[in-house]
Design a protein around this ligand. Structure first.
Ligand code: GLV
Ligand code: MN
Ligand code: MN
Length: 432
């Protein structure tokens, strides 16, 4: 089998990516958890997410040559069989969960892009030696259950699952119970529909992983480029800070007699944000995204504040400096918990090169770039050769109902994905 033959087939599969089919599945998915005023509310393992996963799988599970599986982290995988059933699969996909109020493409696009490649392969009757897997990872966002990336972390490091099971959401629901309900929902539905399905062991080997995603930032759009070939994901640390105080009357308690949790928390938050604003490093990102104050009464001094800090940077020394600024300003009795600590991950150079070659072969304008957001490809990079392809985000907006990308750009990115997946899955002819 010559390289030219594979390049030619990869070009035909990329050409069979159908913008209308892609858009229609993308819009169909956005209906699950759609909010009347705009955006999508489909947090991890809630009913809208489970329904969305059922709907996506439904299209493929009954097709000849397809099977579906679920693992102990409730990750759901659609498999297109390869000629060599024992060969390690090539994997693509992303996540179907969203922020509490998110956009229609974050995660969803990577899943839809992978399924569209399967449709394109089917439309040409193309066969591959390796199976092709499209995965829907569980709880990528981390907004319902912290940390994020639970499904892909558990898949690549099964010993980490036990610690996730006891994590609770804001309503006190344990991840374990939500996971169990999702697995049982999948099995019941699969049984009813007569799907061919399996339980997939965590850490089942994968030959290579490529995830398509929207950029969620302004780089590609501002440079007028169609595709980003991602070389690395910057480091991220999440903290939960608890500041205690003592409740007292707002009108009668002199300032000098107060132990005001709110005043102490605001001072700490100010110190961290000031560090970010004045350290002179424009690559540093610091976000205080959640702030809970108890008892939450207008005329009672707060007896407890809990807030979160999300810090990101490609270099760990810069993240250490954020932690030092927090420690230096920590009020008496306050406590910092680390919810997530992920160092910068670099993707496999041969896969980044393959993605770049795909863009060149397909005539797509592109650049190599760093990801500011974290993705399931982050843990996958330590498990098998991995990389990502980005589509431009309009105005760089994401984690917001206005998140959007032109269908032509989603299509271009999916074409590059198809080209890469065909090469990695090793096409076969009936003569080969
Ligand atoms: C993913 O949603 C992230 O916060 O980077
Ligand atoms: Mn995402
Ligand atoms: Mn996200």
């Amino acid at each position: 089998m010559t390289t030219e033959w594979v390049d030619e087939l990869a070009g035909r599969v990329a050409g069979a990516i159908d913008a209308h089919r892609l858009e229609s599945r993308q819009r169909g998915l956005a209906a699950y958890g759609a909010v009347a005023t705009g955006g999508v509310a489909r947090q991890a393992l809630t009913e809208p997410e489970l329904a969305a996963r059922r709907w996506l799988v439904q299209d493929f599970a009954a097709r000849p040559g397809y099977s579906v599986s679920i693992d102990a982290a409730a990750n759901v995988i659609v498999r297109r069989a390869g000629r060599d059933a024992g060969a390690e699969p090539v994997m693509t996909g992303s996540h179907a969960d969203t922020q509490p109020l998110g956009g229609w493409l974050d995660g969803a696009f990577g899943v839809v892009a992978g399924l569209e490649v399967m449709d394109a392969l089917d439309s040409l009757g193309a066969a591959t030696r390796r199976p092709l897997d499209v995965v829907m990872w569980t709880n990528e966002e981390g907004s319902r259950f912290a940390p994020g990336l639970m499904g892909s972390v558990a898949y690549t490091a099964p010993e980490r699952l036990a610690a996730f099971l006891s994590v609770t959401d804001a309503q006190g629901v344990r991840f374990q119970d939500a996971r169990d309900a999702a697995v049982s929902d999948f099995k019941t539905h699969a049984g009813r529909q007569g799907w061919t399905w399996m339980e997939r062991p965590l850490a089942t080997p994968v030959h290579a992983y490529i995830e398509a995603h929207i950029e969620q930032g302004p780089v590609l759009e501002s440079q007028g480029l169609q595709v980003g070939c991602v070389t690395a994901i910057q480091g991220v640390r999440w903290y939960r800070v608890t500041v205690p105080g003592r409740s007292a009357h707002a009108g009668t308690t002199p300032l000098a007699n107060r132990d005001d949790a709110q005043a102490k928390a605001v001072a700490l938050a100010h110190a961290v944000l000031s560090h970010a604003a004045h350290c002179g490093d424009e690559r540093l990102r610091v976000t205080i995204g959640r702030w809970d104050c108890a008892p939450g009464s207008i005329n009672t001094i707060a007896n407890r504040v809990i807030f979160t800090i999300d810090a990101r940077h490609p270099e760990s020394a810069a993240l250490d400096a954020v932690r030092a600024a927090m420690d230096a300003a920590l009020p008496d009795g306050a406590r910092i918990e680390v919810l997530q600590d992920k160092a910068t991950v670099h993707f496999a150079p041969p896969l980044v090169a393959l993605a770049t070659t795909a863009c060149q072969a397909l005539g797509l304008t592109h650049r190599q770039m760093l990801s500011g957001a974290f993705h399931d490809a982050m843990p996958m990079a330590g498990f098998c050769p991995s990389t990502m392809l980005f589509a431009p985000s309009i105005a760089g907006v994401s984690h917001h109902p206005a998140e959007d990308t032109a269908i032509a750009d989603l299509t271009a990115c999916t074409r590059a994905l198809a080209w890469c997946l065909v090469h990695l899955a090793e096409p076969v002819t009936d003569q080969s």
